[in-house]
Design a protein around this ligand. Structure first.
Ligand code: IMP
Length: 426
């Protein structure tokens, strides 16, 4: 068997969805292992745009089964909407989509608390307000509601009451009103009923795929720099986005993971608050935003844009144990006469090759300037078809971070990809 992890190597939005979509035809099973409806990937199905937040984009490939794993947090109404939207476009999910009974449920008061905190805090994280943080808080506090709980009405009521009791002082302190437990119970039991055919034993499904020598693609969400342990804490999400998160979040042992591929944009973006050393608050930043259509697919927020941060990428190579990097959106850099890449940070007169524990907001990026290119890259299907300056740019990335670049994406469509290979036999 082989299991490949796809992980975001920056601050999320690296284009993981496109890579998963390209790799899914080679996989028997795709398992999403972390995060929730804070993520978003825009797909074009039957000529129409569709944004998936929870279901892996592998669902578009008929022979591929998909799991939303135990490490995720699920808003059942969002999930149902995605299942229906796929159905309306002729994509059948029944018997191909399994939702882990162990995944935690995002409840209405998780979203309420997320919104109230963001509105009140002077140091807002800039969350997606999808209730992700409060839901993971419940999970760690061992009072969460899991997808399996939605299928059994009587314990659900008791668990919900205990859960709401824990949130009462928090919500009141934030000036909110505690929602009514009976109406949540009714609504969520109904949602559970509608999802009954999907919720099940994902642990066994993953184990069977391992035992039957299957090809498993483990799909991360967000990115390394947003990981709760490895990112720019506290400006992070509440889960382990890194490759290691795939073990716990999908229920697969580390010895079964055969390859880790990090996805990185050819420049850097970030949404929400928090440090961003290479941020460009100028015309070049705006040019990247326009050329790269850098607006969040979940919240529509304009993304902050900046030069490629090789310090962050070096960190991602290390903490994910990356075998390979896939570079996306290289085409967005076309026409810029010169390109800066951040090769180190300076902090208190010291040169750093890896991100410091804190005060990342105080570092000064050290840049090297590389030559740009004018050419349209969209027809390049192999690295040696790229303009020489673009080839040099990629070689520089490899040299600085000590990891080979495999696939290079040169446009939004599936075909706009150089060096696509079967990822299970690279
Ligand atoms: P949360 O995950 O909604 O709690 O948000 C925490 C931080 O992670 C915020 O800065 C969000 O903007 C960021 N974030 C969460 N999900 C994504 C994503 O899918 N792409 C990029 N940033 C994200």
């Amino acid at each position: 068997m082989s299991a490949l992890v796809i992980v975001g190597a920056q601050w999320g939005d690296e284009g993981k969805g496109k890579v998963v979509d390209l790799y899914a035809p080679y996989a028997d099973l795709v398992v999403r292992y972390a995060g929730g409806a804070n993520a978003g990937h825009t797909l074009v199905v039957g000529g129409e745009k569709l944004i998936l937040h929870l279901i892996p984009s592998g669902i578009l490939h008929e022979q591929t089964k998909c799991i939303v794993g135990q490490g995720t947090v699920i808003d059942p109404a969002v999930l149902l909407k995605e299942i229906r939207a796929l159905g309306e476009r002729g994509v059948s999910t029944l018997a191909r989509l399994l939702i882990s009974q162990r995944a935690h449920v995002v409840l209405p008061h998780h979203k309420q608390v997320d919104e109230l905190r963001e509105a009140k805090s002077h140091d807002a994280i800039g969350t997606t307000k999808r209730g992700i943080g409060p839901c993971y808080e419940d999970k760690v506090a061992r009072r969460g509601i899991r997808m399996g709980d939605l299928l059994d009405a009587s314990p659900l009521g008791t668990k919900l009451e205990a859960n709401l009791d824990a949130w009462r002082p928090v919500i009141e302190d934030l000036g909110g009103t505690l929602p009514d437990s009976t109406s949540i119970q009714t609504e969520y039991a109904e949602l559970g009923e509608m999802l009954r055919g999907y919720i099940g034993d994902a642990t066994s499904a993953v184990r069977e795929a391992v035992q039957s020598d299957g090809k498993i693609l483990l799909e991360g969400a967000q990115g390394t720099m947003l990981d709760i342990d490895n990112g720019t804490y506290p400006f992070v999400t509440s889960s382990n986005a890194v490759a290691g998160g795939a073990c716990a979040g999908a229920g697969i042992g580390p010895t079964h993971i055969t390859r880790a591929v990090g996805i990185a944009k050819a420049y850097t973006t970030r949404v929400g608050g928090g440090p961003f050393p290479t941020e460009l608050d100028d015309d070049v930043g705006q040019q990247l935003r326009d050329a790269g259509a850098e607006y969040g697919s979940t919240t529509g927020r304009p993304r902050r844009c900046g030069w490629l941060d090789l310090v962050a990428l070096r960190h991602a190579v290390a903490v994910n144990g990356l075998d390979e990097i896939a570079i996306t959106k290289l085409d967005v850099l076309s026409t810029l006469p010169t390109l800066e890449v951040c090769v180190a940070y300076e902090l208190d007169g010291q040169r750093l090759s890896h991100p410091p524990y804190e005060r990342i907001d105080a570092v000064t990026p050290v840049y090297d300037t590389l030559e740009g290119w004018d050419d349209d890259l969209s027809s390049c299907r192999a690295r040696n078809e790229l303009p020489v300056a673009a080839q040099r740019y990629i070689e520089r990335i490899e040299k600085e971070v000590g990891c080979p670049v495999g696939l290079v994406s040169v446009g939004p469509d599936r075909e706009d990809t150089a060096d696509l290979k079967d990822p299970f036999y690279s």
